[in-house]
Design a protein around this ligand. Structure first.
Ligand SMILES: [Mg+2]
Length: 454
């Protein structure tokens, strides 16, 4: 995994040392020797990860971290704090400043690269979500929304030792709902049940916690679930294997309640942020292809699908036909009963339209009171039957408004089948001409376009 890493330390020799080790692993490295400079470089270079020395004059690591996390242009970049002292208070202070992880000097390579890979994987996922979100129809997510822990946050704690789970549970944020699991075979089911964080004790001798982590990562239902593993401080190998399996964070035994709480909170917040990005993304995709009033496809979407179907027909595939339907005297309905009534009629019309279609037909609101149905695989005869079915279902019974008023509605429809090699505009024009004929001949009727080759 190639990535750009910003190394920050007030001592140039430390910077050079870390730079050399990272470059040996093919990372791209940029550097800074003060907090001030780190912020400038982070904004300009947008590194994928920051290794930040805590003890620096003027602006120390905590303040630098807090500023980076406060700035919308840098807050998504993971920060690993590098401390000379491994003091509980320092770690908690760092977590409160928004640090994603810690390394203790002297830094051992195995641990550092495992942590770095783990955070880079996480950042890659969030970057992809952020990118897709920014290019989808929804406008940006405000970074100011608070992704905090609340009563919908669910934590599952797995350990065969009930005293341990009780101790970890007591450390969780008070708002979160916590489930203690002592039977590892029940852990997967618990994780699948809408969990937001899984805490796994890897120190037990009587079950294989790493195997559980691997299963959670490979199961589609739990792939995104953050995992926090508890390991023995002397077991560097387990910690590295856990991180490489996709465990998100590690806490050493004996577990400090304050540190566990702070790390759990970080994971829960991150999960919430990623969930929010994903759901906005789904809405964005949906909005890009859907007409919001009727729930039918929109013009842009139907045009691209029509192009595909016409290309396939031109290349010797199945034929494709098109209905262009326009509600008769719609302006009068709006003028007489109001726009809300008009919207109601459009929605009711859409559901009658859908009822009469085949599964592979595509219906769209083309604009105003005009609708298009693309019928892949259908020739003229079939399309005319579908059009007549729609016409009679609309005229067959009155539309009912919200206040119970009954409104008679009719529709005029033009039908055309695509010619070989025909352009979309030409097909739509011929359907429109047929529709015009239907309107002029008294409305509430279907007219077929002349389908002889031009
Ligand atoms: Mg220093």
């Amino acid at each position: 995994m190639s990535a750009r890493i910003l190394v920050v330390d007030d001592q140039a020799s430390n910077v050079r040392l870390l730079e050399a080790r990272l470059q040996a692993e093919y990372f791209d490295v940029c550097t800074a020797t003060s907090g001030e400079q780190a912020i400038t470089v982070a904004r300009a270079e947008q590194p994928d990860l920051i290794l930040l020395d805590v003890m620096m004059p003027v602006m120390d690591g905590y303040e630098t971290c807090a500023r980076l996390k406060d700035d919308p242009s840098t807050r998504h970049i993971p920060v690993v704090m590098v401390t000379a002292l491994d003091q509980r208070e320092d770690r908690i202070r760092g977590l409160e400043a928004g640090a994603d992880d810690f390394l203790t000097k002297p830094i051992d390579d195995v641990t550092m690269f495992a942590r770095v890979r783990s955070l880079l994987r996480l950042k890659a996922v969030l970057d992809e979500l952020r990118f897709r979100e920014s290019s989808s129809a929804m406008s940006g997510l405000s970074g100011d929304v608070h992704d905090d822990v609340d009563s919908t946050s669910r934590v599952v704690i797995v350990s065969t030792d009930p005293r341990s789970t009780a101790r970890y549970a007591a450390a969780m944020p008070v708002q979160a709902r916590v489930l203690e699991v002592h039977e590892p075979s029940a852990a997967i089911a618990a994780a699948r049940d809408a969990a937001d964080l899984l805490i796994v004790d890897l120190t037990a001798n009587d079950y294989d916690g790493l195997r559980l982590c691997a299963r959670v990562r490979s199961d589609a239902a739990t792939r995104q679930l953050p995992i926090l593993a508890i390991v023995r401080p002397d077991d560097v190998q387990d910690a590295v294997r856990a991180l490489d399996l996709g465990v998100n964070d590690i806490v050493h035994r004996p577990v400090d309640a304050g540190e566990l709480a702070a790390r759990a909170r970080t994971q829960l917040r991150r999960k919430r942020y990623a969930d929010r990005l994903r759901s906005h993304l789904d809405e964005g995709m949906e909005l890009a292809v859907t007409d919001t009033l009727t729930g039918l496809h929109n013009r842009r979407y139907i045009s691209s699908r029509l192009r595909q179907a016409m290309d396939s027909a031109s290349n010797g595939g199945a034929p494709v036909s098109l209905l262009l339907a326009d509600i008769d005297h719609f302006k009068t309905i709006n003028d007489t009963h109001g726009h809300e009534a008009g919207d109601q009629v459009l929605r009711d019309f859409s559901s009658r339209l859908l009822t009469g279609l085949r599964a592979l037909d595509l219906a769209a609101r083309f604009g105003g009171e005009e609708f298009v149905v693309v019928m892949p695989g259908a020739g003229m005869a079939e399309a005319e039957i579908a059009a007549e079915r729609l016409r009679s279902s609309v005229a067959g019974s009155d539309f009912k408004l919200g206040d119970g008023t009954k409104v008679p509605v009719t529709v005029s429809i033009g039908v055309a089948q695509a010619r070989r090699g025909e352009a979309i505009d030409s097909l739509l024009r011929r359907a429109d001409e047929a529709l015009y004929v239907a309107k002029n001949a008294g409305r509430n009727q279907v007219q077929a376009a002349d389908n002889a080759a031009a």
